[in-house]
Design a protein around this ligand. Structure first.
Ligand code: FMN
Ligand code: 173
Length: 352
């Protein structure tokens, strides 16, 4: 497709695309079936995918009235970064199957929206190209390979390119039961590849806490563990000197029937007791979802699938729009619950 046609394809009708669910509906017609099935599907019977949403929906809010909400301030700080709002782009693989500009567009979209973009190690665009166009901080996500020299070199490459934090994904020693993805005969189309990663998800060598210590020993980037669901592991992460954790069930794509992340969050938050920042992802689609996650102990959230759909619908602009809609909804949720700042969002905003 030429550039003119792509730009025309990328025009989003702002009068009709008003929330994150609208992007998914629009994306169905814009993506190949294979790419849509890859992004939208979860593991096995997709209970956890649904629970991520249902558990957020089931939480009721308890607004406070007559507080000064004339100035809503969504800003926060996280691992030395000042964020205008507590929403990051979750690492997702293979952006070029979603849009021809791939991760390049995602990085530009993140830049316009002033959001941190966590780049997947399964990026289909070289890290140096992403770093070149990024105007906001980038983080890097890694899958640890059996080849530890390769793993170390990749982390050092990201660090040298100015990536600001490292997320080690720990919930995927093997890929989950991906029936929908398999039925769609998922595979990368010709011309799309992953310049920094080889192979699939499953590796043979044990990958344990010892490897986490090893990574910590040679990188100066803050290190976060992505995919924590139980509070004992959260405690081990603190003990291992981690700089943060990401409470995640991989968007329901790995082990079906694990709980919703919003359900796992409170006990992890209690155990961690503010010693390190906690991020959360899984089913965040509305500003009220962000508010609920913060109320239950998250310092920030990440969004996965909606970014993929925004990218598919509108390239960089689509990515920006997804983030702007979510930020705007968060501001409204804060105003309507009587919370003018992120710090004022505490458990009392949840109806009990
Ligand atoms: C298409 C897709 C690809 C993903 N690829 C990765 C990946 O490469 N590395 C990783 O750590 N997580 C990956 N994830 C998981 C996301 O980082 C995140 O945990 C999840 O999507 C959050 O849930 P949400 O999609 O409901 O927002 C992927 C998720 C999706 C939907
Ligand atoms: O799809 C995923 O969830 C994922 O993390 C992934 C990343 C690279 C290759 C295969 C799966």
């Amino acid at each position: 497709m030429n550039q003119q046609n792509q730009l025309a394809m990328d025009k989003i009708d702002s009068s009709q695309i008003l929330n994150l669910f609208d992007f998914e509906k629009l994306a169905v017609g814009k993506m190949t079936t294979m790419a849509y099935e890859y992004v939208a599907s979860g593991a096995a019977d997709e209970f956890t995918v649904r629970w991520n949403r249902q558990a957020l929906d089931a939480i009721k809010l308890n607004p406070t009235v007559l507080t000064d909400v004339s100035q809503i301030d969504t800003s926060t700080s996280l691992l030395g970064l000042d964020l205008p709002y507590p929403i990051l782009i979750a690492p997702t693989a293979y952006h070029k199957i979603m849009h021809p500009e791939g991760e390049h567009a995602t990085a530009r979209g993140a830049g316009s929206a002033k959001a941190v973009y966590v780049v997947s190690s399964f990026t289909t665009t070289p890290l140096e190209e992403i770093a070149k166009v990024a105007t906001q901080p980038l983080w890097f996500q890694i899958y640890v390979r059996d080849d530890r020299d390769f793993t170390k070199a990749l982390i050092q490459q990201a660090e040298a390119l100015g990536f600001r934090a490292l997320c080690i994904t720990v919930d995927t020693p093997v890929a989950g039961v991906r029936n929908r993805q398999d039925k769609a005969l998922f595979g990368l189309p010709d011309g799309v590849n992953t310049p920094h990663m080889y192979g699939g998800l499953a590796e043979k060598k044990p990958f344990t806490w010892k490897d986490i210590d090893w990574i910590k020993s040679f990188t100066k980037m803050p290190v976060l563990l992505k995919g924590i669901l139980n509070s004992d592991d959260a405690e081990k992460a603190v003990a291992a000197g981690m700089d943060g954790i990401i409470v995640s069930n991989h968007g329901g794509r790995n082990l079906d029937t694990v709980p919703a992340t919003i359900e796992a969050l409170p006990r992890i938050s209690e155990k961690v007791n503010k010693r390190i920042p906690i991020l959360m992802d899984g089913g965040i689609r509305r500003g009220t979802d962000v508010l609920k996650a913060i109320a239950l102990g998250a310092n920030a959230v990440l969004v996965g699938k909606p970014i993929c759909f925004g990218l598919a619908c509108g390239g960089a602009e689509g990515v920006t729009k997804v983030l702007e809609i979510l930020k705007n909804e968060l501001e409204l949720a804060m105003a309507l619950t009587g919370r003018a700042t992120i710090a004022s969002i505490d458990p009392s905003v949840i109806w009990k």
